[in-house]
Write a protein that binds this ligand. Structure first.
Ligand code: SF4
Length: 647
């Protein structure tokens, strides 16, 4: 099948009175782009409009609070008062101007938040804490339940008044409505708990009240987790039982996600989980309903979306992170420009990992640093075309070359290896990391399309600079493994994680890996799973993989446990001996020996000596990425994107 044969995803579809031009949905994703007072900001609007402009048929706002005490994030988009209507009105107009439709996701977190965000004790159907948030909530009284139902209905009224095309009731992911619907969180014995009827009373009363408020034609979408993936949580079989009852109450479409906070690693699944892992749940729901069903969950390829629709597993496909990575995915797909799609690789580094980092808060995207900066990072032609030399063909080098060339500069990129990709080539080697190659491919193709002159297998020398006479030079020469100064290291012979992942050495059977950060853990995973080695991993800190984001870390550690890797934390290497090391742990020394190979993963040092040699010889010089300071790929690519716009 070629990309131009995709047709199903572009067919229109009806949800109640709403006609959508295609089947591609941007689902609700937390961004923290709203104004601090919860109103729609210009930044949020730009971000959503970019996805509408890119061709998505339906855009659903992020979690939107129906109560001032229903906050789940520091910057909480809100609709609990009429003062929020004007912002939504502007948003609706802007999205309609791009021929897309927009829905508001009505949300209350219940027990899955923190009281420092809500400003009040948490509330829930029962006084049982979420195992992640760990605050004991107050059990809601029946009067309080009725008040919340009214607040959901009022939220819907405001959405309609603002010109929003639909509402989505957030009954998924273990939030308040989901808490009522599941014996996992609802232990009530009154009318709002107990049997199926009791568990569904709260959502059904909300649906009824919204319907009374917005009228018969207005579309109501209901999002729920097909399977909550926790002991005592709702299974897909039980979900199928409740679907007809929710439909009967007035739901016009179901949006089938998965999980609760305690199974969060499956909600925004990382690379370790296969694409489309949650489609079967939508397919089961579809058997139980006559209204459209939206599927979601790591669907990043329009060809997969097409197959899902063709096979009748769902009626619409939500492509959340894929829309962050490339807001123009639908347009590019329609035009058959498959090579131009910037793929989401499910790294989670820029999106969900940042959302839960209280220092960073706002999302970004590893492969698309313009997320949330659509206006300030728009590509503007350079006032004057310059000759730019980029040294290094890793992700940072390729991104800076791509951007500079698109702005009209004459760009030369030199890479000393025979292939482009830099450290990304090694990063793609461990298990479940292959999708990184998609970004190497994307950037390799894009720089050529943009007219960058690429020289492979060539090191840049002073002579190269004399010949080229560049106006600007960008040093993106990456990093090299740190070899720590520890007695015995020279005599005993060690190899680095780069040597192992790069296929430069064949390790023995019994391996000691020194350094339990991301590189060490992923190398251990490679050695255990791919090379069939017995691995011992030593880390100086109390936890391994500290620099790896939540769900990626969860599955990485799970694999290391399956591979029976022995992990020793809070231990520092004092000396290398013949076939092992002497460690110090808790003030005591211990010898680990009997290893065939010792692998170092003790950090990365910048490679940038060339910069000092040529400083002053070129008008503009920039050192970027790991060559400046070893960091995550997210930071290196963001820096490259910024410098590419500055030259
Ligand atoms: Fe996808 Fe990674 Fe971008 Fe998130 S940061 S949208 S997971 S590529």
């Amino acid at each position: 099948m070629t990309i131009s044969s995709l047709t199903k995803i572009f067919e229109p579809i009806q949800i109640n009175s709403l006609e959508l031009k295609n089947r591609l949905v941007v689902p609700a994703m937390g961004t923290n782009f709203a104004n601090p007072d919860g109103t729609v900001s210009e930044r949020l609007k730009d971000y959503l409009v970019a996805r509408a402009d890119g061709g998505f048929g339906l855009i659903i706002t992020e979690i939107t609070a129906i109560s001032p005490y229903g906050k789940g994030s520091p910057v909480q988009l809100s609709i609990w008062d009429d003062k929020f209507i004007p912002g939504f009105r502007d948003l609706a107009k802007a999205i309609h101007a791009k021929e897309a439709k927009v829905a508001v996701q009505l949300y209350h977190p219940g027990r899955q938040t923190l009281s420092f965000l809500t400003g009040r004790p948490l509330v829930a159907p029962s006084a049982i804490p979420c195992p992640v948030c760990r605050e004991i909530p107050k059990e809601l009284t029946v009067e309080e339940i009725w008040e919340l139902e009214e607040q959901f209905a009022e939220g819907a009224r405001r959405a309609k008044e603002a010109g929003m095309d639909a509402v989505e009731i957030h009954g998924a992911h273990g939030y308040l409505i989901a808490q009522f619907m599941s014996g996992y969180a609802n232990h009530r014995s009154d009318a709002y708990g107990g049997d199926l009827e009791g568990l569904l009373r709260f959502p059904i009363e909300i649906i009824h009240k919204i319907r009374e408020t917005v009228g018969a034609d207005y579309p109501i979408i209901f999002r729920l987790s097909g399977d909550e993936r926790v002991a005592g949580g709702r299974t897909i079989q039980e979900t199928k039982t409740i679907i007809p009852l929710l439909e009967q109450a007035g739901v016009n479409a179901f949006h089938v996600s998965t999980g609760v906070y305690a199974s969060f690693d499956y909600i925004t699944a990382p690379m370790a989980i296969p694409p489309g892992y949650n489609v079967s749940a939508a397919s089961e729901v579809k058997k139980a309903t006559s209204v459209p069903v939206i599927t979601v969950g790591r669907i990043n390829d329009p060809r997969m979306a097409e197959e899902i629709l063709k096979e009748g597993q769902a009626d619409l496909v939500a492509m959340g992170r894929a829309s962050l990575a490339d807001p123009e995915l639908p347009k590019k797909t329609a035009a058959g420009n498959y090579d131009d799609i910037r793929w989401c690789i499910a790294c989670n580094q820029g999106c969900i990992d940042r959302l839960f980092d209280l220092e960073k808060i706002c999302i970004s995207c590893l492969v698309n640093p313009t997320v949330g900066k659509e206006r300030e990072m728009a590509l503007i032609p350079a006032p004057q075309s310059k000759r730019v030399l980029v040294v290094g063909g890793g992700p940072a080098g390729m991104e800076v070359a791509r951007v500079a060339a698109l702005r009209g500069h004459e760009v030369y990129l030199y890479e000393k290896e025979e292939k482009l990709g830099g450290q990304f080539k090694l990063a793609a080697v461990p298990p479940c990391k292959q999708e990184i190659t998609k970004i190497i491919n994307y950037l390799s193709i894009q720089i050529k399309k943009a007219g960058v002159k690429v020289a492979l297998g060539q090191e840049v020398t002073e002579k190269t600079i004399d010949n080229l006479q560049p106006d600007a030079i960008v040093i993106a020469t990456g990093g090299t493994p740190v070899i720590p100064d520890i007695p015995g290291i020279e005599e005993e012979g060690v190899v680095t994680a780069f040597d192992v992942l790069g296929g430069k050495v064949t390790p023995g059977r019994s391996i000691l890996v020194i350094g339990g950060g991301m590189v060490g853990c992923e190398t251990a995973d490679f050695l255990g799973q791919i090379m069939g080695c017995r691995v011992t991993l030593v880390e100086a800190l109390p936890r391994v993989a500290q620099d790896v984001g939540g769900s990626t870390r969860y599955f990485l550690l799970q694999r290391l446990a399956q591979e029976k890797a022995s992990i020793i934390t809070s231990a520092s290497v004092k000396r290398f001996v013949k076939d092992g090391v002497i460690l110090e742990r808790n003030g005591k020394e211990k010898t680990l020996s009997g290893f065939d190979t010792i692998v170092l993963a003790t950090g990365i040092a910048p490679v940038n000596k060339f910069a000092s040699k040529i400083r002053g010889r070129v008008k503009e010089m920039y050192v970027i990425g790991d060559a400046k300071q070893p960091r995550k790929a997210l930071d290196a690519i963001a820096e490259a994107a910024e410098i590419g716009r500055k030259i």
